[in-house]
Write a protein that binds this ligand. Structure first.
Ligand code: MN
Length: 312
């Protein structure tokens, strides 16, 4: 798409810089592993931001006695799970044999490809929890690749006047995150100081989602409450925000995905028969996904796809 100016012919007015449209979309409340989460993607209004097709924000919370996060073994296909830990320590186990604690400031990136299973448990002694878990849809040519798991304990950090920017995925301002990704994308954690005014350059070929995770944030002229996402269509060159308190934000985006994906339960597919088959294979426990060893408890069962109107 090409941008046109609307200036009258012969006018010497400089056309305003073309910018993508901003939409405000409420996240919805959901529950994962016993804890309330804010689900920012998918929503009715916007299902994806680039390849990012799922975004859960958990916390920041102080856990009550006995309250914890425990997600029993469950399968994935066709996606990468991306975990960004801000507070708390979570133990990841998967069917490749990975056993990894993720700590604050670290990323876990699990590529499901043709199929993987994993469990996640908050470690005892983690009184606080704050994290984001996202899914990245794999493009058609990559969605059946072999599963793999990456743990990234160190990520590039860019210090600016107002904010400390951690590059979680893709690249920003010359710094590249270490994870292996399969579509053009970006993920940034923005830790802003009270009183900060930040102008963040964006890749104009990307669409973006900006979420306030904590603190008082105003984007443009409008406060951005936690639980509301600001979605920017492609064409946007920068986003400006200011913070009246210390604040934490998450920005994710990417080139519009361009493929219709089918999200059902923990699967990202294209056709109903694929998720029907994956659910049956998982529930049969026939080993197509492998087993998660060491988790104390029963695996999750896939719901019946027929109940959701999905047929082979
Ligand atoms: Mn999972």
């Amino acid at each position: 798409m090409r941008w046109r100016t609307t200036s009258p012919a012969g006018s010497s007015d400089v056309a305003p810089e073309p910018e993508g449209r901003e939409e405000r979309i409420p996240a919805h409340a959901a529950s994962v592993g016993g804890l309330p989460v804010r689900r920012a993607l998918p929503t009715r209004a916007r299902r994806m931001a680039g390849p990012w097709c799922f975004l859960d924000h958990v916390g920041p919370s102080v856990l009550a006695d006995g309250q914890t996060l425990r997600v029993a073994p469950h399968p994935h296909i066709g996606l990468q799970t991306f975990t960004w830990m801000i507070e708390g320590e979570v133990l990841h186990r998967d069917s490749l044999g990975s056993v990894q604690v993720i700590r604050p400031g670290q990323v876990n990136l699990m590529t499901a490809g043709r199929g993987i299973a994993h469990s996640e448990e908050l470690l005892p002694g983690s009184p606080r929890l704050h994290m984001a878990q996202l899914w990245i849809a794999l493009p058609d040519a990559k969605r059946a690749i072999e599963p793999s798991f990456e743990h990234h304990p160190v990520l590039p950090v860019i210090e600016t006047e107002g904010a400390r920017i951690t590059v979680l995925a893709g690249s920003h301002d010359g710094e590249r995150a270490p994870g292996t990704f399969h579509s053009p994308l970006v993920g940034l954690d923005l830790s802003a100081r009270a009183g900060a005014q930040v102008s963040l350059p964006l890749d104009r070929s990307f669409e973006h989602v900006l979420l306030a995770l904590d603190g008082d944030v105003t984007v443009g002229d409008e406060p951005l409450a936690p639980g509301v996402l600001a979605f920017f269509t492609p064409g946007r060159a920068q986003v400006a925000f200011r913070c009246t308190s210390e604040a934490r934000l998450l920005l994710v985006g990417g080139r519009p995905f361009g493929e219709d994906v089918l999200l059902w339960w923990n699967f990202v597919a294209r056709r109903p028969d694929e998720v029907v088959r994956a659910a049956a294979e998982w529930n049969a426990g026939d080993g197509a996904f492998g087993r998660v060893s060491g988790y104390d408890g029963e695996p999750l069962r896939a719901p019946d796809p027929a109940v959701a109107g999905l047929r082979r």
